[in-house]
Design a protein around this ligand. Structure first.
Ligand code: NVA
Length: 316
């Protein structure tokens, strides 16, 4: 056994992703079936960026598993300023059996993982949001069955963490992933290449287009995300205002009408009605966003349990 982390979607294989999703479904049906953290063992949970769902769902997840969530106040800890990321990792790794962190650069969470000695889980970085994608895949499979072969269309900011994680996580699941995004905001080239390589082994495919309607055509799943990700607040006016590059990448009822009639709509939240999604869509019958938000809990319990079971060196 070696230490495992979940820092990006493709830190796990396709089979491992399927295994985690199966475990998540078991834990949804029987919330206290897994007591991996009984003791209680401690999981450190830190946020350098705002949070609602992620803090709530990780707190509940750790409690359900029999453990204690140690919410570390990032304003007090000032990771990387008052103390280096590496030293913070060494400290927390002696107290906790796992570390969950939401931060900015991917390099920061990689540094944490390199020095913690316990599994580290990415609760969102500038580059990826892998826990959200597991919850989304769980939600899709609840409604649509087998993920492999389904078409998932993400319409919006193709250069953000969610787009990158859909590319990788969707490819691992054998899905056809379409990204509809303005030419000015394409996914990162190296991430797209990794997703294409994965899709070639799982039967999935990757399409990036600047035609929102083409992305959505006959899709089984339509997804969007805020046009103003955390950390990009300075660009809010240009992204939300007149002349925004995203103006024609809004999920409206007309765009949903291009998708399969039985298509479902997902959004990781928080949502900005009237910008990336129309109220009629997110509050309408095709929307599964509340199941999606709930499934964060089940998916993250599965991730924590799975990582701890597979990781040597995790503190007892
Ligand atoms: N792309 C968004 C996701 C929020 C869960 C952000 O990074 O703010």
């Amino acid at each position: 056994m070696s230490l495992r982390h979940f820092l990006k979607d493709d830190d796990i294989t396709a089979d491992e992703q399927a295994e985690i999703l199966r475990l998540a479904a078991i834990l949804k049906a029987d919330p206290f079936a897994d007591r991996t953290l009984e003791g209680p063992k401690v999981v450190a949970v830190l946020f350098d960026k705002p949070t609602l769902r992620t803090q709530a769902s990780f707190t509940a997840a750790v409690a359900h598993l029999g453990g204690y969530p140690m919410i570390v106040d990032a304003k007090l800890a000032q990771v990387g300023e008052r103390e280096s990321v590496a030293d913070t990792a060494r400290i927390l790794g002696r107290q906790a059996v796992a570390i969950v962190w939401r931060t900015y650069g991917q390099d920061r969470i990689e540094e944490m993982a390199a020095h913690a000695g316990v599994p580290v889980v990415n609760a969102l970085t500038d580059d990826y949001h892998p826990c959200q994608i597991l919850a989304d895949l769980m939600t899709i499979s609840e409604r649509k069955g087998d993920l492999a072969g389904l078409t998932m269309a993400y319409v919006g900011d193709g250069a953000n963490n969610m787009a990158h994680s859909y590319l990788l996580g969707g490819a691992l699941a054998g899905m056809h992933v379409r990204i509809g995004t303005p030419r000015s905001h394409p996914p990162r080239e190296d991430i797209r290449a990794r997703a294409e390589a994965i899709a070639a082994t799982t039967g999935g495919s990757i399409t990036v287009t600047d035609e929102a309607y083409a992305a959505a055509t006959a899709a089984d799943v339509v997804i969007t995300d805020t046009w103003v990700s955390m950390g990009m607040e300075a660009e809010k006016d240009s992204r939300h205002g007149a002349g925004s590059p995203f103006e024609s990448f809004s999920v409206t009822p007309e765009l949903m009408a291009q998708a399969d009639p039985a298509a479902i709509f997902l959004h990781c939240l928080p949502a900005y009605r009237g910008f990336e999604v129309a109220a009629e869509v997110i509050d309408g019958p095709q929307s599964v966003v509340w199941d999606e938000a709930e499934n964060r809990l089940h998916a993250q319990k599965a991730v924590l349990s799975w990582l701890l079971e597979r990781s040597a060196g995790a503190a007892g």
